[in-house]
Design a binder for this molecule. Structure first.
Ligand SMILES: [Zn+2]
Length: 97
């Protein structure tokens, strides 16, 4: 649980659940994952500024999204074939909140 001097991490972008911040700095969510992007060509959110956007998804929402084929998984960089597969999600024990 965050102390008085540590702000909460960003809320889950799917369910708006409040996420505790595990770090001393900004946005190290507990029971969630942070995702950042520099924007994307074809989106209204293509900042073209060199900055990044960051959102959090709680573990439960990420597992739900994975269960409907909504999460891609890429091999680590050392396997440079950069193959993408649809991620089936974490083991059920990892999704209990
Ligand atoms: Zn959520």
């Amino acid at each position: 649980m965050a102390d008085e001097d540590t702000p909460d991490a960003l809320p889950c972008c799917m369910c708006a659940r409040r996420l505790d911040n595990l770090g001393d700095g900004w946005n190290q969510p507990s029971r969630g994952t942070a995702f950042s992007t520099a924007g994307h060509y074809g989106s209204a959110f293509d900042p073209m500024s060199g900055g990044t956007l960051e959102i959090n998804i709680c573990d439960e929402c990420l597992a739900k999204l994975a269960s409907v084929g909504g999460v891609a998984h890429y091999d680590p960089p050392e396997f440079r074939a950069r193959t993408m597969t649809i991620w089936a999600g974490p083991l059920p024990a990892n999704t209990k909140g």
